[in-house]
Ligand binder design. Structure first.
Ligand SMILES: [Zn+2]
Length: 315
């Protein structure tokens, strides 16, 4: 502990004399010296400097705030971009799914197979006249042998005599005269003649109302189809559904394809395709005897088909 040295002085005299502690002399401020004050809350002596400091601080705070706001704005912008992108992707995705479904459904009902679809596309590009678009898909088919179901009759005296066909001058078109029967049923009928001996009848090909082409007799042999012309012609029977005898579109298309191939094979022309009617006057094929215009339309379609198919072949 620090001991403080005190100053003692003698005052009074005699009995009154005593010693008292000398009061420390108060230091008077010298001239020009400001009295010292205890300042609990010091007021800045220099206000300008303090204000600048505050201002600096404020500026610092506002800078920080600005950076924070900027950051927030950037984050909001990123969030908005992500949201927009997600929405856009979702819309595109939904549209794609709808397109796929529509395409699938449309394809199911309108396209039997890819090959036809491709052919159809080719046809569209060739600007085919509207009236023959219904079978226009065949335009792109080269003049090759169409798809055949070869189901030959056994050689027999009544429907397949097995005799050679020396030449081919015409192609004859017939109808089966039995609405709603299939190509196979008609083939079986020809086969049954071998047993029943009911009559002599046959054809090289039978086209079903569904468009299937059944071959019953090789083209190198004769058929019993057109009495006077069995040795220089090929015959095609056509199935049908309606009593009028009109061919279905599938039958029509297959007939077009088959006759075109045969004309090409034997170097003949569309006018070499005849109705059974044209050789002896039998009402066969019924609808195309009763509707001459329909028959000539067929020959016209055949001609156009061959021109187009030849074009395709030449490419
Ligand atoms: Zn006939």
């Amino acid at each position: 502990m620090e001991t403080q040295e005190l100053e003692w002085i003698d005052v009074g005299d005699g009995a009154n004399a005593h010693t008292v502690r000398r009061q420390p002399e108060r230091r008077r401020p010298s001239a020009g010296e400001q009295p010292r004050r205890r300042e609990r809350n010091p007021v800045p002596r220099d206000n300008t400097r303090q204000a600048a400091a505050l201002e600096g601080r404020r500026r610092q705070i506002s800078d920080e705030e600005r950076i924070r706001r900027k950051k927030r704005r950037r984050q909001a912008k990123i969030a908005r971009t992500i949201l927009l992108t997600a929405t856009f992707c979702m819309i595109i995705g939904t549209l794609s799914v709808i397109a796929v479904i529509v395409n699938y459904l449309y394809g199911e009902t309108n396209e039997k197979n890819d090959a036809q679809a491709v052919s159809k596309t080719l046809v569209e590009k060739q600007t085919v006249p509207q009236d023959i678009r219904k079978w226009g898909a065949f335009y792109a088919t080269p003049l090759e042998q169409p798809e055949l179901v070869v189901d030959l009759l056994t050689v027999n005296e009544y429907s397949r005599p097995g005799e050679a066909l020396p030449e081919v001058k015409n192609i004859f078109v017939h109808y089966t005269a039995n609405a709603g029967t299939t190509a196979e049923q008609n083939k079986s009928y020809f086969q049954s003649l071998a047993e029943t001996h009911e009559r002599s009848a046959s054809a090289h090909f039978i086209i079903g109302y569904d468009g299937v082409i059944v071959q019953c007799i090789p083209t190198a042999e004769i058929a019993y189809a057109v009495r006077e012309r069995n040795y220089d012609s090929i015959s095609i029977e056509c199935c049908f559904l309606e009593d009028s005898g009109i061919f279905t579109q599938d039958t029509y298309n297959s007939l077009l394809e088959l006759t075109a191939w045969l004309l090409h094979k034997y170097e003949l022309k569309p006018e070499d395709v005849l109705r059974h009617y044209d050789e002896g006057g039998k009402i066969c094929p019924k609808y195309y005897v009763e509707h001459e215009d329909a028959w000539y339309q067929f020959l016209k379609d055949l001609e156009t088909y061959m021109e187009r198919a030849t074009d395709v072949n030449m490419r």
